[in-house]
Design a protein around this ligand. Structure first.
Ligand SMILES: [Cu+2]
Length: 413
């Protein structure tokens, strides 16, 4: 009798755990995306989108969840072509939910697949399609998974390191010769563990950070903006077929604290970190001085370890470069420029002043304003949201001591 009661209790618990989903994520697999590269050319991609109305991007959406949450991923294949899966790289899930086609299931065109798992130890993980994965990953079917601690706080893991800001640097490459129909549209027999696909030698021409290279990295503001004594958490991840050598400016005091979603037994001070395909590292940085430099990412051919590409991610700590405006009352610096959705204004007030900040268009029309306020001597950093402004050229002006002064021409992208 006791055994029967326990049995039913277990069934109830099981039903409860299936029924209670903390987060449901929709990923739509598509075979018909395009991606603009740094030379303005467009290539065909496969990828994941969040909704039917949105196009896939490379990488796919970043999935953020809290440790211990019950997660359901709904994969809907709207590809008019190959089957797809979601492989949860580095997550301890059961075989049925691991997305390796011949060991679990694949999702054909117009089919739906569901993956259930409990978000594992707080850390950085990956997902990617596992159908003919060499081709489908290069095609663009991958994304980042960030697991926060159970309370969702800015902490590396429960009882780990607290941080003020975080930045993910997700590396990959693109060889445009693989983005042709003859490679992408090969037959897919998912009952086979080996696919005979004729693909060119892998010689990537584009080296990506979060899907962007060269000036695209600047335009999309992939950069570390922080201040002295503030702690930032860098999540480094590589889903390319090349290795990455990531070189961090020494003033950032980089400490590697985690590897592949688990804490290291003890942190390691290192400015140079090798991130090989599929690997992830967590790095804590806290600069002690103001400076401007960049994180250098080298892309290494795994056969000969030669550097085939270099990308840079800007690092700005505190006041950077020369001030944009300076008089005896006030010193002002505006960054970044060009800007996207947010503009920062750093002010050093020498004498108490009333300051009002205006953004005007090229015709002198006021389009945005930070209301007048009295500032006592000291340093201030203002952050202005500019979501409503259309792309174009503006002037930032400051109204102080009964005079309006033009500070800088700024460009919204
Ligand atoms: Cu796929």
């Amino acid at each position: 009798m006791r055994k029967i009661v326990i049995f039913f209790l277990l069934i109830l618990l099981e039903l409860h755990s299936v029924a209670q989903i903390d987060q449901s994520i929709l990923l739509i697999a598509r075979n018909s995306g395009t991606k603009q590269l740094a030379d303005s050319s467009n290539i065909r991609i496969f990828g994941f989108a969040n909704s039917l109305s949105s196009q896939p991007n490379v990488p796919g959406p970043t999935l953020t969840m809290n440790e211990g949450d019950s997660i359901k991923i709904h994969l809907w294949n709207v590809s008019q072509g190959a089957p797809h899966t979601i492989h949860l790289h580095g997550l301890d899930v059961d075989q049925q939910n691991d997305g390796v086609p011949h060991l679990s299931f694949d999702v054909a065109h117009q089919d739906h697949g569901f993956y259930y798992f409990k978000a594992p130890h707080a850390g950085t993980y990956l997902y990617h399609c596992h159908v003919a994965s060499t081709v489908h990953v290069q095609a663009g079917m991958y994304g980042l998974i960030i697991v926060k601690p159970p309370d969702g706080s800015n902490t590396t893991w429960s009882g780990g390191y607290s941080f003020d800001t975080e930045l993910s640097l997700f590396m990959s490459e693109i060889d445009t010769t693989w983005h042709t129909d003859s490679v992408l549209l090969h037959p897919h027999d998912t009952s086979m563990t080996v696919h005979i696909v004729s693909i060119p030698d892998y010689n990537p021409q584009f080296f990506l950070v979060n899907g962007y290279s060269d000036q695209q990295i600047i335009e999309n503001q992939i950069e570390l903006n922080t201040d002295q004594n503030k702690i930032s958490y860098l999540r480094l991840a590589n889903i390319g077929y090349y290795g990455n050598r990531v070189i961090i400016p020494s003033q950032l005091n980089a400490r590697i604290v985690s590897s592949d979603g688990r804490p290291l037994p003890q942190l390691e001070y290192s400015d140079t970190i090798y991130v090989y395909p599929g690997e992830r590292y967590g790095v804590i940085v806290d600069p002690q001085s103001d400076f401007s430099d960049s994180i250098r990412i080298e892309y290494l051919n795994m056969n000969n370890l030669l550097v085939k590409g270099v990308e840079k991610v800007a690092v700005n700590v505190g006041v950077v470069g020369l001030p944009d405006f300076e008089n005896k009352h006030i010193t002002i610096q505006v960054f970044p420029n060009p800007f996207k959705d947010r503009l920062y204004i750093k002010m050093i007030i020498n004498k108490s002043s009333k300051v009002q900040i205006n953004i005007k268009d090229v015709n002198g029309k006021l389009v945005q304003q930070v209301a007048e306020k009295k500032y006592t001597p000291g340093e201030y950093k203002l952050s202005i949201e500019n979501n409503a402004l259309i792309k174009g050229t503006y002037f930032i002006t400051v109204f102080t001591n009964k005079k309006e002064l033009i500070i800088k021409k700024i460009i919204k992208q």
